[in-house]
Design a protein around this ligand. Structure first.
Ligand code: NAD
Length: 428
């Protein structure tokens, strides 16, 4: 592989992983951020986000001098072969993607990008953004390429270095192939396409997952009404290779930094293109209902009224393995419980307090102490291994709402507690 000079703009989950992994693959990488304090921490080898192997890769990159961190993209890109934009594209007004960081970064480097270089968008951006960037750049000698990122938080490094596919799109096919070649040592199918298709792949994939999760949450509710067990139903479905077993577990709703904003953005750009994406809109509405259903279950578990009750919350992160709270359904449910007057004491192995509307403690048993009900909202494996007889002793009430279908119901019941999951019959 030919080592390239790469600049990565933005050092969050995607940018830091991209920079550290590309340096690990032998490229010469400069990571840029606007956050000076973060750059200083990273330059000293300190990684704030919880991602297996990431800190090690950063340390190795720094010691081999293949990785460096700087503030300000202008100077860094002067001799770059490729510049990867990994800046945030949060939900903006009305649900559309807010592209201000992409535009700011592009404006900053517009005049300094060397001829023949490629400006590569890794941020998730609506269809048409590559064309918009090309217009803003006004540099026919610089190629604009879309290279959407599919890594998952909690397994970011493993996903980047062993992805299921690499998608590279550009209306300049030779440039797309040059960018694809940067991944030569990554064992994955590479799909090269036009820019609009590459931009749409990311949304089409994420929104499909959102629809799948809303579907399974609906199936879980139906199971409760007809006396079926969603655990068995999804096991039976998952063996069908056309469906697959992943993303078939009901929960408190889909969330995190990507699915809600990407769903909102896709709905908006579909609308702008004159397409009423009713299926996706229904999945998003179903997701809001799911949070309310969990809140109603917890209210039911404490006799119907949350006001004055004490609820122990297990899990706040949007999924296990991360300390990311952005758009976390777990945090959303916990906050609504508090807003309804419950006294919420929460524990998450990756989250320290303080958080508004609840006490955050550093131990699951402290969350259980004096609780009228416990609700499991994030699928951390350690919750399965709790000493349930001890939990029962600590609690004031006896209800356990397992909103992740994570626990072993028998272990909870044997401790003398009541267990209810999602879409599963209540054991007698
Ligand atoms: P993040 O918020 O973790 O990090 C973004 C970083 O960019 C921050 O450090 C911020 O300071 C920096 N930044 C903002 N504006 C900048 C600018 N003008 N110049 C330089 N740095 C700037 O974001 P993230 O989770 O890494 O997401 C980045 C993009 O990747 C988003 O479009 C997101 O949708 C997409 N994405 C995220 C994931 C994920 O799991 N987090 C997965 C795939 C794709």
């Amino acid at each position: 592989m030919i080592a390239a000079r790469i600049v990565v703009v933005g050092t969050g989950y995607v940018g830091l992983t991209t920079g550290a992994c590309l340096a690990g693959l032998g490229h010469q990488v400069t990571c840029v951020d606007v956050d000076e304090a973060k750059v200083a921490r990273l330059a000293a080898g300190r990684v704030d986000i919880l991602e297996p192997d990431l800190a090690g890769l950063v340390t190795r990159g720094l010691s081999t001098r293949r990785l460096r961190f700087v503030v300000g993209a202008g100077e860094a890109v002067r001799d770059a072969d490729a510049v990867f934009l990994c800046v945030p594209t949060p939900m903006g007004s009305g649900g559309a993607a807010d592209l201000r960081a992409v535009e700011a970064a592009t404006a900053e480097i517009r005049e300094v990008l060397p001829p023949g270089s490629a400006l590569v968008t890794k941020s998730t951006v609506p269809v048409g953004t590559s064309a918009r960037i090309a217009r803003a750049l006004c540099r026919p000698d610089v190629a604009v390429v879309s290279n959407p990122e599919f890594l998952r938080e909690g397994t970011a490094v493993a996903d980047f270095l062993g992805p299921e596919r690499i998608v590279v799109g550009s209306d300049d096919e030779a440039a797309a192939r040059r960018v694809a070649a940067l991944y030569e040592d990554v064992p994955a199918p590479v799909v090269v396409m036009d820019a609009a298709s590459a931009e749409l792949v990311k949304y089409a994939a994420n929104c499909f997952l959102a629809v799948k999760l809303s579907y399974v949450n609906s199936i879980a509710e139906l199971c409760e009404r007809v006396g079926a067990d969603v655990f068995k139903v999804t096991e039976g479905m998952g063996y069908d290779r056309r469906i697959g077993g992943a993303y078939l577990t009901p929960g408190p709703g889909w969330g995190g930094s990507c699915l809600p904003k990407d769903t909102g953005a896709m709905l908006r750009f579909a609308e702008s293109a004159g397409f009423d994406f009713g299926l996706l809109a229904a999945a998003a509405e179903e997701n809001l209902r799911q949070r309310d259903r969990i809140v109603a279950k917890v209210a039911g578990a404490v006799g119907g009224t949350l006001a004055g009750s004490r609820i122990g919350v297990l899990g706040l992160a949007f999924k296990a393995g991360t300390n990311d709270l952005r758009d976390s359904p777990a945090l959303g449910v916990a906050s609504v419980l508090g807003a309804h007057g419950a006294e919420v004491t929460a524990y998450d192995p990756a989250i320290g307090g303080p958080l508004p509307g609840m006490s955050v403690v550093d131990d699951a048993y402290r969350a259980a102490k004096g609780a009228d009900a416990i609700v499991v909202l994030t699928e951390w494996a350690e919750f399965r291994r709790l000493d349930w007889p001890f939990v029962a002793e600590l609690m004031a009430g006896e209800s356990v709402v397992d909103a992740r279908n994570l626990l072993d119901p028998a272990a909870v019941l044997d401790a003398g507690l009541c267990w209810q999951g999602l879409g599963r019959p209540r054991p007698r």
